[in-house]
Design a protein around this ligand. Structure first.
Ligand SMILES: C[S@@+](CC[C@H](N)C(=O)[O-])C[C@H]1O[C@@H](n2cnc3c(N)ncnc32)[C@H](O)[C@@H]1O
Length: 289
């Protein structure tokens, strides 16, 4: 019996229906992104080639992608790419998928002109997006970025090298400030972080895409979600130059607790919250004397 020849449009329609049946959010969009990834075509190009046949080898790979999406593997892990600050990054299950709200951190640093040279430390770099976006936009910055996860640093290095920042960013592995303690000069103008900040008890409320696929170490920070932030606020002044700045992302309900933690530390001279697109306090910028 002749094997059925599938065409782009009917494959998209079939996949959309299958995703709907399995309660995948954004079924049509996911079907288009996955098929576009497989055929190396943009979504627009797919629309222009609705009647293009999809051959057996591609169908076999597509079937595997569909199975993984049904198992709630996030699209970015299936395509191995995510855009951040209009730059293209490689991602896989070793790192958190960068979120759009994290761009506020980078935009704030880019807007706050400092004298040069500027030394910047990123804590918990994950895929390296923050450090790399800053390195590309601020070529005069000297950047050190750390992560406790050796696996994550493997991804960060791949992205750093792909963006030609190899000479400009040093990655170090370890817990918070531990890796920089042995350095000759361990004072910075900026300390920046998007730390883990989810409460451990919120685990069950997360979508399965996040809960079952993104690295636990990138998400959770103890019972109150503040175990990393608390230590960072307490220790950062020891590593900042006079008038240095600590900037980091927080959860949308953490502003009051974070305000109290900053006020406990006399080293901070001033602090501000920056709101996200939903009007929630999302980024904290604190300066030392
Ligand atoms: C929320 S992710 C942020 C990743 C990336 N900066 C971004 O914004 O997409 C937090 C990162 O912090 C790292 N991390 C968790 N605990 C840490 C610790 N105690 N010291 C250093 N890094 C840590 C995780 O491995 C993870 O890569």
């Amino acid at each position: 019996m002749a094997t059925k020849i599938w065409h782009v449009l009917e494959l998209l329609e079939w996949t959309t229906g299958y995703f709907e049946k399995h309660h995948i959010p954004n079924p049509r969009l996911d079907a288009e992104v996955l098929l576009g990834h497989l055929l190396q075509k943009s979504r627009l190009q797919l629309y222009l080639h609705f009647d293009m046949p999809v051959f057996q080898d591609d169908l076999t790979v597509f079937r595997e992608l569909i199975k993984k999406r049904i198992a709630r593997t996030p699209i970015s892990y299936l395509t191995n790419r995510k855009e951040f600050m209009s730059l293209d990054f490689y991602v896989d299950e070793r790192v958190l998928i960068p979120r759009p709200e994290t761009e506020f951190i980078v935009e704030t640093i880019l807007k706050t002109k400092g004298g040069t040279p500027q030394r910047l430390l990123e804590i918990g770099t994950g895929s390296g997006v923050i450090a790399i976006a800053i390195a590309i936009n601020m070529p005069e910055y000297e950047i050190i970025a750390t992560d406790i996860s050796k696996d994550a640093l493997g991804v960060a290095e791949k992205n750093r090298d792909a963006h030609d920042c190899t000479e400009r960013i040093t990655f170090l592995q370890g817990d918070l400030f531990e890796p920089i303690k042995p350095l000759d000069s361990s004072r910075f103008n900026w300390i920046v972080s998007n730390p883990p900040y989810i409460m451990s008890e919120e685990r069950d409320n997360l979508s399965p895409d996040v809960r079952e696929h993104e690295p636990t170490v990138a998400l959770f920070a103890g019972q109150d979600g503040l175990s990393i932030i608390r230590r960072m606020i307490a220790e950062a002044p020891n590593y900042l130059h006079p008038e240095g700045k600590l900037i980091f992302e927080i959860g949308d309900k953490q502003a009051a607790s974070v305000k109290a933690l900053i006020e406990e530390q006399p080293a901070y001279q001033n602090y501000w919250f920056i709101k996200d697109y939903a009007g929630k306090d999302r980024v904290v910028l604190a300066t030392v004397e």
